[in-house]
Design a protein around this ligand. Sequence first.
Ligand SMILES: Cc1cc2nc3c(=O)[nH]c(=O)nc-3n(C[C@H](O)[C@H](O)[C@H](O)COP(=O)(O)O)c2cc1C
Ligand code: SF4
Length: 492
Amino acid sequence: MSSGAIVRLGTLNSVGRFQGHLQSLGLHIPCDPDIAVGGQSPLRSPLHRGPFKIGNRIAVQPMEGWDATSDGAPSEKTVRRWQRFGRSGGKLIWGGEAVAVSHEGRANPNQLLAAPRTQKNLTHLRDVLRREHIQTTGSDDGLVIGLQLTHSGRYCRPNEHSRPEPRILYHHPVLDQRLKLPADYPLLTDAEIESIIEGFHRAAFMAWQSGFDFVDIKHCHGYLGHEFLSAHTREGRYGGSFENRTRFLREVVQGIRSLAPGLHIGVRLSAIDTVPFHSDPSQSVNGKSAIGIAEIRPDSLPYRWGFGVNPLDPTDSDLSEPESFLSLLEELGIQLVNITAGSPYYNPHIQRPALFPPTDGYEPPEDPLVGVWRMIDATSRIKSCYPHLAITGTGYSYLQEWLPHVAQHYVRTGQVDFVGLGRLVLAYPDFAHDVLRGAPLDTKRLCRTFSDCTTGPRNGLVSGCFPLDPFYKAHPQAELVRIAKQKFKAGP
Ligand SMILES: Cc1cc2nc3c(=O)[nH]c(=O)nc-3n(C[C@H](O)[C@H](O)[C@H](O)COP(=O)(O)O)c2cc1C
Ligand code: SF4
């Protein structure tokens, strides 16, 4: 499907037309025709869970900027992003951005690092966010701030942008090839895993001392926590059975509970997935990007390298194991859960639905609204089985003008607790604040999913909303992002 054939949502000038368009695509995404204001607004109603009162139903998703210093401390750009997260008006700050628990576990040489030398900087990030939030909304009542902790596993590049240094749990028939890993590339040993787990304990202790309300033990997007869940083919204590594949989570949680008893824990989970996609080689002329197709070897069924996928038809999702995982979270007393999908590396169209692909991607294989529906429908099904979990949903930015209508419907009907906003916050940070106070939307600032914020980092540059944020429009790297996009369109 070329992006030219996809109806642009900004051209639909009423909710009725938007609904008609959904019908024409055969998609069931109900939405409220009017947005309530004041005390009647479902999006403004606080949610009480355990010790938390979370002041409204907007969550800011974690988003990194590839802009920390080489020793893992925030730069001015990082601080600016966290200020803008605070200005959003969202009361649940889901993790800020991915923070590596060790240098070797960084996804890029400019990822934040939780280390004794950076602890005061992380505290500063939390403080500037809170100050900005108070300045914008008048109060920090009900503001809950988490820190997302991660190890990037297969996607580690700690030292140079151009040098992957993957730390893998098992050999994957497609992803190993993409990283050019030989058949005897070493797997992380159980002893190395134990030391990574200790890294999570130390990082969580620091987050607790820095005053964060919770840490997110990241289990999504193809990074290490997520890879554990699909380690069916791994031998030993951390692979094979469901019990072994979730040992990492249990050991991380156990250590955090004993070191930082007052700290709460959340988990961001890729609850659904599909196989890796790539640009269809048979459609590509002169190496230009083509439509994405599933890359699956005929001898790989039943599929043993996924989590949340149907092993007999791995292009389709299957919630049975993710549901067991959510039951485990309940048993462990974890209530804060953020549902996402897939990975930005191997199937970006399901992870961040977009009209325009990033330069390591492919043309959309489906209308991006299908991707939005896939995530919000899975989240709604999960919420109906786990009513006591406080669930944040993902994938709303593509809805643009219609986001408040869909968001209000799903929160009002109890199908999600928090509407998570990702790219939209980079483009238009005060979007939620405008919706919550009944101000008209500034449609010129809505994220139109140009993917420049993903293209930047894929080309060793910083991330930011190059098309719409005046700071990044004028940034010296804006021209390099433009050149990278031109090359991608033209082919090598
Ligand atoms: C520039 C950028 C950085 C991101 N960084 C993170 C991250 O650090 N941790 C994470 O869990 N997700 C990260 N994501 C994914 C977002 O949190 C979110 O899941 C995704 O953008 C889809 O939501 P949206 O449609 O509202 O943008 C990032 C996304 C973008 C565009
Ligand atoms: S660069 Fe800006 S408009 Fe494009 S996807 Fe990212 S946030 Fe949205």
